[in-house]
Ligand binder design. Structure first.
Ligand code: DX5
Ligand code: ZN
Length: 222
């Protein structure tokens, strides 16, 4: 079973973005947190910045949209040629139509749920997505503590995915460290976002290797 480590550039130095992207070239994908100061109380990048990161990054982009009205705005991110676009279920009007529109534009389609959002609405439609993101902190900021209480959602999703015989990556985001990644992997995650634990390390590439090793021993075969 593959393990994917996606450092969040929310914890990078925004005025040395190219240098920091090069420091994570051994990662699988660069996780790009788009925040609109409306869906979450923080503001980061818009499409022009994501486009430049896409042109500059040595690894493909995993874009996490923490924005209102993704039905309107998410397809434009897919058109930039990024690897995947993940929108929030809580903000979407028609998540299935939006996922299909992202795939039609050549990107993988992801859906995210906040810590208090149940998985129920997703269980019958998992095959519509390439990735499901279970947030392990309240979205909006890096450097928060991992919430183990959300982990049972990963088990429910794993069962639904195997029942439907599809291949959907299960991502966790928030408070992922060498310690918490073990719990997330045991609960069923295979794709791990880590911001402060990677960029807060003197050698981000070594932090990525350590996370990959820690998760690899615990990730489930599906
Ligand atoms: C939080 C973002 C995360 C954040 C994770 O809303 O979605 O991607 O960067 O940061 P850490 O790993 O520091 O919790
Ligand atoms: Zn994120």
């Amino acid at each position: 079973m593959d393990v994917r480590i996606n450092p969040s550039i929310l914890s990078a130095d925004f005025v040395n973005m190219q240098r920091d992207l090069e420091r994570i070239s051994n990662a699988d994908y660069a996780h790009v947190d788009v925040m609109d100061n409306h869906f979450v109380p923080n503001l980061t990048f818009g499409p022009q910045m994501v486009q430049r990161i896409q042109e500059t990054s040595p690894i493909p982009l995993d874009v996490h949209l923490m924005i209102s009205d993704p039905d309107r705005w998410a397809p434009g991110y897919a058109e930039l040629g990024v690897f995947s676009v993940t929108f929030h279920l809580e903000a979407a009007g028609d998540p299935v139509a939006l996922a299909r529109s992202l795939r039609a534009r050549g990107s993988r389609a992801g859906v995210a749920i906040k810590p208090d959002t149940p998985v129920d609405a997703l269980l019958d439609i998992v095959q519509e997505f390439d990735q499901i993101l279970v947030m392990t902190v309240e979205p909006g900021f890096g450097g928060q503590s991992f919430m183990p209480t959300v982990l049972p959602k990963l088990g429910e999703l794993t069962r639904a995915i195997s029942a439907q015989g599809c291949d959907v990556w299960l991502q966790v985001d928030g408070g992922v460290t060498e310690e918490t990644i073990v719990q997330a992997a045991e609960a069923g995650a295979d794709t791990f976002v880590a911001g402060s634990s990677v960029f807060g390390h003197a050698s981000p590439d070594l932090a990525i290797d350590a996370l990959r090793l820690a998760a690899g021993e615990h990730v489930h075969a599906r």
